[in-house]
Design a protein around this ligand. Structure first.
Ligand code: TEU
Length: 564
């Protein structure tokens, strides 16, 4: 706070005022009929994004890749995968977005490469300059260097017959981790980042970036933890130094950064953001861990119910914890998570009401909102039959590990986990219309379209005024028009209420109140809300919410925004 009466205005940035839309290219729109979404397909939908009103597109990886992890296994950072198109088509997309004032953020996947990357090929052959590009370790082929586990199940080490050594991969065996201790690796990455910056991109989403620094000596992890080794490889000893190097590379450009950093607490985050290391935002994951079982995501005893007061505590910790110390990235879903309406709302009878409640939440918190493709029309989870039809290597690896460890005897016992967690829920093709394959492709889609596409699709949503899509559009517009929704300070009311999530945003003399009845039942609010009687309703997801919030009965998933 400044003293002497002069109040400092908000520390403005275009990326704080932006609403981001995340595109998973494989599943967005297929223009060439091969069943796989592509760059031309995205370009065809730029007007759609413009109508929705988003400011930034975050494009998941489109780099040349064997697609073992749908592009998060990069074979060549400077080439576009032919499945997605050509560099010229990428440039066309960028220009089409820029022509409509929509910025383009690329995914930066530098914790690991594909095992087919030239660097790894040369490294495994021990070519002098590349020999130390990855984490190699000698040892008995039957005895990995330590007990670390991979995110996708099984050990984090694989033995390479060519080199006769072990290599580290925190994800799939086809995704070897780069050795950031090696200055040559860091130089190569810096050159690659500069190369993309020169192509006039507007920022990076930095994949799994808090895993970059591994401790010397690769110490064993506590074998009784959910992901063995995590305490060693998350936020490792030299992470800050590496992040500073990346930030330095970006410093001459007006770009945004959002770092994927699960397993990070608020104070650590504040060190990485703003006046600390200088990152713009980060994706933390505490609010996505409330429904994991006692032993983590794939605990056969899970998933747990999400408890609203606990959810409010986690969100509040970040909302207030980063106040004046950083900036939040606000999100509930992405390409790794279940569909938000199925997880946090109700994908049955109250789908519209709960999806619009979630929209209200995302677009009225402090921080930059991220909308994942399809959430703006309330797309839902798919139903899977065991591992049949599962594409996600994360799900397959996790279930195999449960069997290997004797935690379950057969896949059938993991059915509930697969149906809850599989990353495939988010990866079913975008539902554009009620045409064949939901208008996603003229060919055979790489992954089946959700059967509900005739009821849930963009054409239908855009066709009527009270749809989820129209609501997103209105709320995006509201946020754009009112600084208070961007820069206002967050304050929670009724912290222990089991169904009501109510908070205010305050900017100088203005105050906004958001009330969300996060339940499938009607709820009467008894507790006090601020200045309720003197507030005007600004927007709600029922067409007749006229009552002031104090003492009012809120209907299932009713969401309302008031101003004073
Ligand atoms: O995800 C990193 C990551 O931590 C996830 O594996 C997360 O733990 C898991 O999805 C929880 O369900 C990033 C990408 O978002 C993901 O798609 C990639 O598979 C992964 O990195 C490897 O690049």
């Amino acid at each position: 706070m400044t003293s002497g009466g002069a109040r400092a205005g908000p520390d403005r940035s275009w990326w704080k005022e932006a609403v981001v839309y995340q595109i998973y290219p494989r599943s967005f729109n297929d223009a060439d009929g091969d069943g796989i979404g592509d760059l031309r397909g995205i370009t065809e939908r730029v007007d759609y994004l413009d109508d929705l009103g988003v400011d930034v597109v975050w494009l998941c990886p489109v780099y040349d890749s064997p697609q073992a992890d749908n592009g998060y296994d990069v074979r060549d950072y400077r080439a576009i995968d032919p499945e997605f198109g050509t560099m010229t088509q990428w440039e066309t997309l960028r220009s089409a977005l820029h022509d409509r004032d929509i910025r383009l953020v690329m995914d930066l996947v530098v914790n690991h490469t594909s095992s087919e990357h030239e660097w790894f090929q040369r490294s495994r052959r021990e070519e002098a300059e590349y020999a130390g590009y990855y984490h190699w370790h000698d040892g008995d082929p039957d005895d990995p260097p330590n007990n670390w586990q991979s995110f996708f199940g099984g050990p984090a080490w694989s033995y390479d017959e060519t080199r006769g050594e072990w290599y580290l991969h925190l994800f799939h065996e086809n995704q070897p981790d780069l050795n950031w201790r090696n200055p040559r690796v860091r130089e190569s990455i810096t050159e690659m980042i500069e190369w993309w910056l020169e192509k006039e991109i507007d920022g990076f989403r930095m994949d799994a970036v808090n895993l970059l620094s591994k401790p010397g000596g690769y110490p064993d992890g506590d074998p009784d933890t959910d992901l063995v080794g995590a305490s060693h490889f998350f936020n490792g000893p030299r992470l800050e130094e590496y992040l500073r190097e990346i930030v330095e590379t970006l410093s001459g450009y007006d770009v945004m950064t959002v770092a994927e950093m699960s397993n990070t607490d608020v104070d650590t985050a504040a060190d990485y953001l703003g006046d600390g290391v200088g990152l713009g935002m980060l994706f933390q994951s505490a609010h996505l861990e409330l429904d994991t079982g006692p032993d983590g995501l794939w605990d056969p005893n899970g998933p747990d119910e999400i408890d609203l007061p606990a959810f409010k505590r986690v969100i509040g910790r970040w909302q207030t914890g980063l106040q004046n110390r950083g900036w939040n990235a606000v999100f509930l879903g992405n390409h790794d998570q279940p569909r938000i309406v199925s997880r946090f709302g109700d994908d049955g009878k109250d789908r519209r009401e709960s999806a619009t409640l979630l929209a209200t939440f995302l677009l009225t918190l402090s921080g930059t909102p991220y909308i994942y493709q399809g959430d703006e029309i309330g797309m839902t989870n798919e139903e899977f039959d065991g591992l049949d039809g599962i594409d996600d290597i994360g799900t397959i690896g996790a279930v195999e590990e449960l069997i290997d460890r004797g935690r379950i005897d057969a896949v059938a016992e993991a059915e509930h986990l697969i149906n809850y967690w599989s990353r495939d829920h988010a990866r079913t093709p975008m539902q554009w219309s009620d045409d064949a394959h939901a208008g996603f492709t003229d060919g055979e889609p790489w992954f089946p379209v959700n059967d509900n596409y005739r009821a849930i699709n963009v054409d239908r949503e855009r066709g009527h005024e009270d749809s989820i899509w129209q609501y997103y559009r209105r709320l995006i517009d509201l946020r754009h028009r009112h600084d208070i929704l961007v820069y206002g300070e967050y304050e929670l009311y009724l912290p222990d209420h089991p169904d009501i999530y109510a908070y205010t945003r305050t900017l100088e003399d203005d105050r906004a109140l958001v009330v969300l009845n996060w339940a499938e039942t009607a709820t009467e609010i008894e507790g006090p809300l601020p200045e309720a009687e003197s507030m005007d309703l600004v927007t709600s997801n029922y067409d007749d919410t006229a009552t002031p919030p104090h003492g009012a009965v809120f209907r299932p998933y009713e969401a309302a925004v008031y101003w004073a």
